[in-house]
Design a protein around this ligand. Sequence first.
Ligand code: MRU
Length: 352
Amino acid sequence: MNDTFDFDRYDRVRPIRWTGDALELLDQRRLPFHVEYVRCETSEDVFDAIRALTVRGAPAIGIAAAWGLVLAAREIKAEDGAAAVLALEPAIAHLNDARPTAVNLAWALARMRRVLASAGRDWREVLEREAGAIADEDLAANRHMGSLGAALIAPGSGVLTHCNTGSLATAGFGTALGVIRAGVAQQRISQVFAGETRPWLQGARLTAWELQQDGIAPILVADSAAAHLMKTGQVQWVIVGADRICANGDTANKIGTYQLAIAARHHGVNFMVAAPSSTVDMAMPDGDGIHIEERDAAELFHLGGVATAAEGIAAWNPVFDITPHGLIDAIVTERGVITQPDATAMQAAFGA
Ligand code: MRU
């Protein structure tokens, strides 16, 4: 098995670009039909972009928020880092509010706040360097995770993924999609199935497009086809990302992940969660405490501007769900693989 990876051959998309005076975000609302970057010049622009899903995916919103804080810093004066923290507290709290479920947002802002608090007169440079480091470390983590996760997959396997966990959702390469990229490159994965991921269609629009850029041809399936796909023996692994992994291994991810895990267990299909350690929240004991974001019900009424529901109908639109740790066979982070995750295994890997 060839375990080396040609990163230039795969992974061609970058959703976040720092220009030195602004943040450019690949507009994920418009992909794959329009490939264009939105320019954010203020932290409020970044807040709006995170909230509107111009940039999305747990690690990517953390990185964008870190750059958002760099932009907020342009609007204040402070002698040193401690004074800057005081002045930036409202901006930190505001960016933190942009989306509730993915812990990477709070994690990145807390990390920025920490380095700032101990910075001296050069605090602006310190802040900017830290945002760059968060992005660089995310890319490195994803590349390492790709190898670790792919090693679990037997040659010739079919895999199903959900949502978009690729370069578009991270600094690059992706989490679950990074594992899939590495698995395809090593000829362990013979077929990738992408669930369309209603209602925002991250799978149909983003994952399908992103894999096409690499020359990987996924097969798109309706979310409702997943159990039948498993029953017919076409997939050996479900591989997903995460927005928050709790201290007992319970995992929040895109709505629909939980039902995939249930179907996978029923059909003897393996279930893998791939995420950087920045997605692990050891302060959250289990999934019951996670705030599940609910978005506008209108997302269920229209598709590309065309009405798809009876007029006047009510709708409920939670956009994440919790997969209990007992349904997860492996959690893969850049720190290693945890099989059959539970509180003891998580504590051993991530405890203080
Ligand atoms: O609402 P989104 O598109 O931000 O949701 C994204 C997901 O649920 C991803 O699976 C998760 O953030 C992992 S991305 C590496």
